[in-house]
Design a protein around this ligand. Structure first.
Ligand SMILES: *[C@@H]1O[C@H](CO)[C@@H](O)[C@H](O)[C@H]1NC(C)=O
Ligand SMILES: *[C@@H]1O[C@H](CO)[C@@H](O)[C@H](O)[C@H]1NC(C)=O
Ligand SMILES: *[C@@H]1O[C@H](CO)[C@@H](O)[C@H](O)[C@H]1NC(C)=O
Length: 197
């Protein structure tokens, strides 16, 4: 573990930017203690699930921990990993939709919904590629907008089924994409707050 990894200043600066310097100092000291005992994944997931009422802490830590390299990275690396996980998810979902559509055992309404979702997921995967590009050059505002758009694809796909009270055969996929994008958005927010003005 490098010193940089354990540096809690990304978090402390993000969350304490508006407080007095004494409070900032206290918070930094407190975070420095917890950073020793919690790795960056737990710390990030805990902060993000506290900020976002829809973000599932367990999902966040399980997903990020599945990528071994994420244990040896910083917040920036974790941001890229979360977007790449979302991209892999979207891409895998695209091929499952294509399989389902070609199966022929679905009713016409489900087929319609799946075709709509396919378009949404194709867009989302392109948008996520762009988001990763924007993120890597530090254009956090753009990355945030694009990740939010990909997140909306999951919601729109799900809503298409709910409108007709049909069971969405993509509920799990929509949930996964939504959660992964929410993690990415949270990390982007921390990083953009950290930009020296
Ligand atoms: C949170 O995520 C875990 C792991 O993915 C899952 O088992 C659990 O059901 C989720 N909790 C909620 C409230 O969705
Ligand atoms: C989507 O990502 C989640 C969390 O990383 C993973 O558990 C799930 O298997 C992935 N699903 C697909 C279809 O890739
Ligand atoms: C089509 O879907 C049905 C029901 O989900 C499944 O049992 C069957 O194996 C699928 N067929 C193909 C060719 O994928």
């Amino acid at each position: 573990m490098t010193e940089k990894m354990q540096d809690p200043s990304l978090f402390s600066r993000a969350s304490c930017c508006c407080l007095f310097s004494l409070l900032t100092l206290l918070a930094t000291t407190h975070l420095a203690v917890s950073a020793k005992t919690m790795d960056i994944i737990s710390l990030t997931c805990e902060k993000c699930s506290r900020e976002s009422p829809v973000l599932n802490y367990t999902f966040c830590s399980v997903s990020l921990q599945a990528v071994p390299v994420s244990h040896f990275t910083n917040l920036q690396g974790l941001g890229i990993i979360s977007m790449e996980l979302a991209l892999v998810n979207a891409t895998t979902t695209i091929s499952s939709i294509e399989k389902m559509v070609s199966n022929g055992s679905l009713d016409p309404f489900q087929l319609d919904c799946l075709r709509d979702c396919l378009v949404l997921y194709l867009d989302a995967s392109k948008t996520l590629v762009d988001a990763i590009g924007a993120f890597m050059v530090g254009r956090y505002g753009v990355a945030n907008m694009q990740v939010s758009a990909a997140m909306e694809a999951a919601t729109t796909c799900e809503d298409g089924f709910e409108e007709r009270e049909e069971v969405c055969p993509l509920t799990m996929e929509n949930y996964d994409l939504f959660q992964l994008c929410d993690i990415a958005r949270c990390i982007i927010r921390f990083l953009s707050l950290n930009i020296p003005s």
